[in-house]
Design a binder for this molecule. Sequence first.
Ligand SMILES: *Cc1c(COP(=O)(O)O)cnc(C)c1O
Length: 406
Amino acid sequence: MKATGPIPAGFESGERGLLEIGERDVDTLVTQAGGTPLFVYNSQRIADQVRRFRAAFPAKVGLHYAVKANPYAPLLEYVANLVDGFDVASAGELGRVAHLGLPISFAGPGKRNQELETAIRAGVTINLESEGEAERALLICQRDGLTAKFAVRVNPPFGLKGSGQKMGGLASQFGVDHDRAPALVRRIVDAGVEWAGLHIFAGSQALHADALIDLQRETVALAASIAEEAGQAPPHVNLGGGFGIPYFAKDDPLDLQAVGTALADRLARLPKILADTQFSIELGRWLVGEAGVYLTRIVDRKESRGKTFLVTDGGLQHQLAASGNFGQLLRRNYPVAIANRFNAAAEEEVTITGCLCTPLDLLADEVMLPRADVGDLVSIFCAGAYGLTASPVGFLSQPMARELLV
Ligand SMILES: *Cc1c(COP(=O)(O)O)cnc(C)c1O
């Protein structure tokens, strides 16, 4: 038997033992959506996270949503009422949020000239990833007589300790090396373009408050030293994010209050050059990850050499991360349940797979669950971020998953 991650708070069993999401049971949700496989996102859960963020962090720290975590249109519309800005990483993402009326910043390597032009015309802040990109963007402004807002994304000399994905302190396609950032700031200012500030993102999926506290302290100090060297006060500093959620057994939730208190402390005694700077934190996973559930129906139950397999109509083509193939070093089980026996006792060990012709297509490996059979529903939790759009949906030409915000 192998362990599974903790089912996030707020998911309850309703009548007949059916899992309820946003006070609607899974049978009703599947009928409403037209079938399985289905991602359900609970809007209340997202609003609760935003409330927790606002309570923990000082008012001068804005909250941005990183669109790549989940770009489902109804979810973006909902989130637009809760956050202070969107961070996009392509012109495609920009197109999904441009009409929602919030400030937008555009980071990401490899911005094509057409994307830069679209973003500049839309009044978006461009987070420049290199000197070359800066020159291309400046040329577009000159050529078309456009004004623009340019921020400099910095590749910091430090990273986020213990984070799932380490960034920072390394050679990178993201951002300009910190020691070259002041010169790029000067270049922007001298070219007569509005300098919007700095963007420093150093990692993702951190569960340890101490690592984030250290990171934010280093980030504020780095922003101050770049600003000093450039001789320019930054209007805005995006401190990155990297707040994680528990996916696996023994993962503890992030102590948000500790991070917020430490940052409030830091911002209360800022170096003079940052005295008028606005700050923001950009989050994807932490805001929406626990709000999502992936529902898939059991198509076959079979025994093989002493093991019981539940084969479902879903799989890694929709939920790559749960299969362990989205950058994980070691495959571990996401939180999982039989959604129509949500309050039943675990009584057998099963392995749950998708319907793809590859042994990689594993949704839960050797887990203890209530007895389940063909027609029952499997729920995989923590599916609200990096789910459908972070999965190889074209693989094996299986039907697309449905999505629903409730
Ligand atoms: C992906 C990304 C994020 C969001 O990261 P999460 O771990 O989902 O919070 C934020 N900022 C940048 C620059 C990113 O690339």
